[in-house]
Design a protein around this ligand. Structure first.
Ligand code: GLN
Length: 487
């Protein structure tokens, strides 16, 4: 076989099933590649060679089979895996080894997916560049001096650089789709409740959703079907069948569909090169037989401020559990200090600046005197955004926009300007507030850097993303980074 790391997940599974290769060789090829290049990329926080090879051996022994058996995967470090360090990109959980598997991990394991290790991320998934990781940033394989997106930049960089054909991300405000956009990969945020949140370290519970990262739409669909489905351990999990996403990716036919271009997701803040590629993508969709209409979602303009009240509010509550008693770091516990002092020292040292900013913002927004003015108001905006989506989906089957307003920016560029960082999520946040599924897939390059096309669908209609995505993908070869930095 040629270089096993260049194969898609589907090709790997087929080659293993046909006996042309075996899962151990595939796992080893990816582990070797990580050993060779990850010093430059820093996509991984922890590599679990032993665990990966053990699963691969079980697949080769015929103990596990299925459509993704023996396929390597990189897991965002926000998802707990029994016995494997889980840091969430934070010092506060350094050294913590979870005593159980997330439902997502359970499902991956029983499908024979080979988990290579844990990927880097912005601390507690707060950010758009991985620069807020307490363990240093990840680099974009297209240009090592640029960001790979965030918060799941480790997952997207691993997939784009052929360290893994698949990865898991989580998307609260765009953390699967924006990294996919800026690394030229495919990323999907499923319908809220489509994939269990059990075992995800919580950021904003009404928004958090795990989903697939891959290099092709079909690979994302295969992974989607493995991880999705009802889980009684997550009370917001949807108790109905998983949308037929693999079938839809095979169908890849959009003739007769109506596609809505969202007027509000363009203009100010969007780079001309991004808008250019997006306009061409819309032309392509028309050429494929879709009817394209313009739709207006007037409240999308308020999505960003609403999100930056709701998400920090929920985070301020969720992060209260990092109290120096239950998990991870404990600072200053010398026997003389009170519990409150130890707690405060631990949180002061264990959390980074962005996490503290969010906790302070959220605590303020929830305080009794301001609750109605901030949190209450943001919830109303959330309802209006949902109404915008409902009205738009009466006119169009799916909506499209650029997935990120810019191409990958240089490391350091937005670090001193939190609002500029937040604006990376302009196009992705509306779907989170509404709860509907959305995908980013590559639609060409601008200045040699990838641009992402976002497709948004009504809740529980995830298959529509794959139908449109696969049809579009067929018109354009998957982009491959130059990788000229490789030793
Ligand atoms: N960039 C957004 C934030 O910082 C989204 C994060 C996410 O989706 N986890 O909150």
């Amino acid at each position: 076989m040629n270089d096993l790391t260049r194969l898609t997940a589907r090709e790997i599974a087929a080659a293993i099933a046909a006996g042309e290769t075996n899962a151990v060789d595939v796992a080893q090829a990816h582990l070797d590649r990580i050993a060779k290049i990850d010093g430059q990329l820093h996509a991984f926080l922890h590599v679990d060679s032993e665990g990966a090879l053990e699963t691969a051996r079980r697949v080769d022994a015929g103990e596990i089979s299925g459509p993704l058996a023996g396929v390597p995967l990189a897991l965002k470090d926000v998802i707990v895996q029994k016995g494997v360090p889980t840091t969430v990109g934070s010092r506060i959980l350094e050294g913590w080894r979870p005593p159980y598997d997330a439902t997502v991990v359970e499902r991956l394991k029983s499908a024979g997916v080979v988990i290579l290790g844990k990927t880097n991320m912005d601390e507690f998934a707060m950010g758009s560049s991985t620069e807020h990781s307490a363990y240093g940033p990840t680099h974009n394989p297209w240009d090592l001096d640029r960001i790979p997106g965030g918060s799941g930049g480790g997952s997207s960089a691993a997939v784009a650089s052929f360290e893994a054909p698949l990865a898991i991300g989580t998307d609260t405000g765009g953390s699967i789709r924006q990294p996919a956009a800026v690394t030229g990969t495919v990323g999907v945020k499923p319908t809220y409740g489509g994939v269990s949140r059990y075992g995800l370290v919580a950021f904003s519970s009404s928004l958090d959703q795990a989903g697939p990262c891959a290099r092709t739409v079909m690979d994302a669909a295969l992974l989607h079907e493995v991880i999705a489905g009802h889980d009684p351990r997550d009370s917001t999990s949807i108790p109905s069948p998983v949308p037929p996403v693999v079938e839809a990716a095979k169908q890849a036919d959009i003739s007769g569909m109506t596609i809505g271009v969202v007027k509000e997701l363009s203009g100010e803040g969007y780079q001309p090169g991004v808008e250019q590629r997006f306009a061409e993508a819309v032309e392509t969709l028309t050429g494929l037989g879709a009817k394209v209409v313009e739709v207006s979602c007037p409240h999308f303009a308020y999505a960003l401020p609403a999100y930056y009240l709701i998400a920090p509010s929920e985070a301020s509550s969720n992060l209260a559990r990092f109290d120096s008693v239950r998990y991870g770091l404990r600072v200053g516990d010398d026997g003389d200090r009170s519990l409150e002092e130890v707690m405060s020292l631990t949180r002061a040292q264990g959390f980074g600046a962005e996490v503290k900013r969010r906790i302070i913002l959220g605590t303020y927004a929830l305080s009794s005197g301001y609750y109605d003015a901030y949190y209450g108001q943001a919830q109303k905006v959330r309802s209006l955004i949902t109404r915008d989506f409902t009205e738009a989906f009466a006119l169009a089957d799916v909506l499209v926009s650029p997935a990120a307003p810019t191409v990958a920016f240089p490391l350091g560029e937005k670090l001193s300007d939190p609002l500029a960082m937040y604006r990376q999520d302009l196009a992705t946040i509306p779907s989170n507030l509404y709860g509907g599924p959305a995908m980013s897939l590559p639609c060409g390059l601008s200045d040699g850097l990838p641009v992402g096309l976002q497709i948004m669908a009504p809740t529980m209609r995830d298959e529509l993303l794959y139908r449109v995505g696969a049809a579009f993908e067929a018109t354009m070869p998957a982009p491959v980074p130059p990788l000229d930095w490789e030793a």
